[in-house]
Structures are given as structure tokens and as C-alpha cells.
Design a protein around this ligand. Structure first.
Ligand code: LRH
Ligand code: MN
Length: 393
């Protein structure tokens, strides 16, 4: 088994930090339909209430990501104070440069300099929001792309994008950073300007040290080896964070571990290995990686779906911490292929529920957060009290 002591593993799991996302608590759907669910928040304050409840029930979700303008308020300091009163902090801030009508033909890549300037100004305004709420991470997704060959000039767009990102990057203060997301397709269906990890990495390297890559687990072509991408980005010192969810086909945004928990485990193996890397730069960078949920509960209740994702992340990391890395290394060096895989699978197939129950006891939270919520008055109160239009995106 692992060379880590039980106490090592328990203390690592107790310190785990999973950031939930405000838009994971509201009505979202597909282009075909957005269903509502009883008890859904009606505004950002109720989104904060739900994120705070998820932290209260798990002990490892102390921050919530906001998306602007979905979470726009007149007084962001009041919002941060409200969150703190609920034992929660505001986490990363996402500018929305994909829903305004002006962005029909792109935001940072638009041929019209006035529209590029508009997207840049919105992003700079989001940096002001970060300063007001005490957030240090800008989570940037550029949805820009085209639907048909010939519609756009790849290199001219790349030039516009690079210039736009530089203007936003220049607005960051020393303690603020940017994580740059990539996505293979959707909403664009022919090309996307930041379509894969390599394209995001090349922009980040051009921007500077405060720019790193954001890996959304739903943004790859089928069959792509995400744990290998993660290892590569760790090696480049440019892994900034994750948008955590799960998928069967495309950007399905299902909850973590619902379809492929083994993949999430293999990704966690790369991460805990990096946290313990003898190279202090690698381990320090690995300990700064942001784990942010980015899912859409389209037909299921939002809080249970969020609890499923947070506890699935705890399970993936608990199993990854159980990997006997010395046995793995010697099997790899000896070319003992079957043994090497066996070492991993042995950890993956270990029942970590007793270990996680102990983590939760030490955190003073329910040993089964999902069951605790289901039987709670919190759930029934939300269903009974939250009358009126549910928030959505
Ligand atoms: C794009 C994305 C991005 C968010 C959006 C809500 O698919 O993953 O991270 O801004 O979802
Ligand atoms: Mn995402």
C-alpha cells in the first residue's frame, strides 16, 4: 500500500478545497429545453445560501465561483460580507463574453474593434469585482469561433485574441491571476479560437507567469487522454485549475464521477504525485491548482448533484493517495506492465468510504452529506419558500 501514513492521508483530505459554482445551483439546460426544479435559487443571495449549505455539509467547499453578469449586484462588498456571514468566500470570477448580442461574431476576435474593446472593458470591470470581493482568480473562457470554412481568418483572429488577452492581463494586480479555458467546440461548430490545451498554453506563455491553463473535463474530443494533458501542464508549470464535471459524449456537464470515475481517479493520481514531487516548484504549483465544479443539473436537484460532485472528488483523491507509488515506480522501471496497472487498480478498487467518514467526523460534518441534506429541513424549506421565478443563465 501507499507509503503515506493514515494521518498524512487524513490531513490531506481534511485540507481539500473544492470550489462550487453559482450557476450550478440554478436552472440550466440544453438548446432544446431548460427545466425548472422546485427549491431553485431566485437570485445570487440564494445561490450563496446553497453554496454555503454544501460547505456546511461537506466541510471542503469554502468558496463559490461567480459569473458576471449572471451574479451582478450593485454592492459586491455587501455580497462578499453576506457570503462571509455564511462561512463562505467568493472564489474565482468569470467574465461573460459570450451572451451579449454584440458577440454574435466573436468577442476578443471580433473584426469590429469597438466590440473587442467592449469585451476587454467587461473583463477589466470583472477585475474590479475581484478586488472588491477579495478574489484572486479570473476564470476566462473565450467562446469565439466560426461555423463554416472561410467565415474567419484564423491568424488575424489569433492576433486580435492575443492583443485583447494582453490588455486584460495587464489589468491584473500582483496577487491576481488568470486561468484560461479551452474548448473543442460549442457554441461554434467549425473552429474554436482556443480549442485545446496547446492553444491555451501558447497564449498563457505569451501573457506571463500569472496566466495558466484551465482544464474543463468536458471540453475534449472523445478518447482524449486528459490525465496525460494534466501531467504535461504540470511539467510546464502551467496547470492553473479544473472545471470539474463528467461526460459521455460532449460538454454534457454531468456531475463528477457519474460516467467515468476511473478517469477522475487517474487525473487525481497525477495531481497528488505532483503535490509530493521532490522539486519544490512542482509541488508548490500543484498545491495551488484550483478545483472548481462546473456542471449543469438539468433534470436533477441542484444541491444533491453538487454534493455528489464534491464527495466524488473526495473519493478520487482518497483513492489516489492510497496508490503505492514505490511499487508503481519499480513496476514501471522493471517493465512489469500488468503489475504497474494492478498497483493503480488496487487503490482504485479500495473502499474509501470508512476513511472519508473519519475525515467528515474530524471536520464535524455529516458522515453522509447527501443523506443529511435529503432528510434536512433545509431542503423542504427551499422547496416551500422559494416561490417565484427561479434564476437561470
Ligand atoms: C463553457 C463553460 C465555461 C463557463 C460556462 C458556463 O462550456 O464550461 O467554463 O463559463 O461553461
Ligand atoms: Mn467550464
Amino acid at each position: 500500500m501507499t507509503t503515506l501514513t493514515r494521518e498524512d492521508i487524513l490531513s490531506r483530505l481534511i485540507r481539500q478545497h473544492i470550489e462550487t459554482q453559482s450557476w450550478g445551483y440554478v436552472s440550466t439546460g440544453t438548446r432544446f429545453k431548460v427545466y425548472t426544479t422546485p427549491g431553485t435559487p431566485r437570485d445570487v443571495w440564494e445561490k450563496i445560501d446553497d453554496a454555503a449549505l454544501v460547505h456546511e455539509l461537506t466541510g471542503v467547499a469554502p468558496t463559490v465561483a461567480l459569473h458576471i453578469p449572471w451574479d451582478k449586484v450593485d454592492d459586491y462588498q455587501a455580497l462578499a460580507t453576506y457570503a462571509r456571514s455564511k462561512n463562505l468566500s467568493i472564489g474565482s470570477i468569470s467574465p461573460n463574453i459570450f451572451q451579449d448580442d454584440d458577440y454574435k461574431f466573436g468577442s476578443f476576435t471580433n473584426e469590429d474593434p469597438r466590440i473587442r474593446a467592449k469585451a476587454i472593458q467587461h473583463s477589466l470591470d470583472c477585475i474590479d469585482v475581484m478586488s472588491e470581493v477579495g478574489s484572486t482568480v479570473m476564470s476566462m473562457w473565450v467562446a469565439d469561433g466560426t461555423n463554416y470554412p472561410g467565415q474567419g481568418n484564423f491568424r488575424r483572429r489569433r492576433q486580435y485574441l492575443s492583443e485583447s488577452l494582453q490588455e486584460v492581463y495587464a489589468g491584473l494586480s500582483d496577487d491576481q491571476s488568470m486561468i484560461l479555458e479551452y474548448k473543442l467546440f460549442e457554441p461554434a461548430f467549425y473552429h474554436t479560437d482556443i480549442a485545446d490545451w496547446g492553444q491555451s498554453l501558447s497564449f498563457c506563455q505569451k501573457l506571463g507567469d500569472k496566466a495558466k491553463v484551465l482544464v474543463d473535463l468536458g471540453h475534449h474530443a472523445l478518447g482524449v487522454n486528459i490525465e496525460h494533458i494534466v501531467a504535461t501542464l504540470i511539467d510546464e508549470g502551467r496547470l492553473g485549475g479544473f472545471d470539474l464535471n463528467n461526460k459521455k459524449y460532449a460538454d454534457d456537464d454531468l456531475f463528477v464521477g457519474a460516467i467515468n470515475p476511473y478517469e477522475m481517479f487517474l487525473i487525481a493520481v497525477e495531481l497528488v504525485g505532483a503535490e509530493d514531487d521532490p522539486n519544490p516548484q512542482v509541488s508548490a504549483a500543484a498545491k495551488k491548482v484550483l478545483y472548481k465544479i462546473d456542471q449543469c443539473a438539468m433534470v436533477e436537484e441542484k444541491i444533491p448533484a453538487m454534493l455528489r460532485s464534491v464527495t466524488a472528488m473526495q473519493s478520487s483523491f482518497a483513492k489516489a493517495l492510497l496508490v503505492d507509488r514505490e511499487a508503481l515506480r519499480s513496476a514501471q522501471i522493471d517493465g512489469d506492465v500488468v503489475e504497474a496497472n494492478e498497483v493503480l487498480v488496487d487503490a482504485f478498487e479500495t473502499d474509501v468510504r470508512p476513511l472519508l467518514a473519519e475525515v467528515r467526523e474530524r471536520l464535524g460534518v455529516p458522515t453522509n452529506p447527501l443523506a443529511a441534506f435529503k432528510n434536512s429541513k433545509e431542503r423542504s424549506a427551499r422547496i416551500n419558500d422559494r416561490i417565484g421565478i427561479a434564476a437561470g443563465w
